[in-house]
Design a binder for this molecule. Structure first.
Ligand SMILES: [Zn+2]
Ligand SMILES: [Zn+2]
Ligand SMILES: [Zn+2]
Length: 126
């Protein structure tokens, strides 16, 4: 592989090696995009392919949707996943039903829970 190339110092940085590969081994017109992640030897002939590789393998150059709830480090690659997370984990973006009885702070995600609560706590059955 290229690290054995004609006794070239293998400690050369990847961009330098890239130029050597171009000049000596391949058609000079071919440009390789090398993955710059430590320990990764992947390369691609197209910048877009390298970008895909980095996104898929290293989660780099990916737009993440990050949960903005304090103390939560959840992130998702899709907005809908983040919304599901917030609904389930933080009860955000959820419509709450409120008890409505004076001085009572009870609320629930389901109307039926409110009904049960009213019957049990306030003795109101409707
Ligand atoms: Zn890589
Ligand atoms: Zn969260
Ligand atoms: Zn109540």
């Amino acid at each position: 592989m290229y690290v054995m190339l004609m006794g070239v110092n293998t400690r050369l940085s990847k961009p330098v090696l890239l130029r050597i590969i171009k000049a000596n081994v391949h058609d000079v017109d071919v440009t390789f995009y090398l993955c710059d992640v430590d320990g990764c030897e992947s390369k691609a002939t197209k910048a877009s392919d390298l970008k895909k590789h980095k996104a898929a393998v290293h989660d780099l150059e990916v737009t993440f949707y990050v949960c903005d709830v304090k103390g939560c480090d959840y992130k998702a690659k899709q907005a809908c996943h983040l919304k599901n997370h917030k609904d389930n984990a933080h009860d955000l973006d959820v419509a709450f039903y409120e008890c409505g009885v004076d001085g009572c702070e009870y609320k629930a995600k389901k109307a039926s829970s409110i009904k049960k609560h009213k019957t049990r706590i306030h003795g109101i059955s409707s």
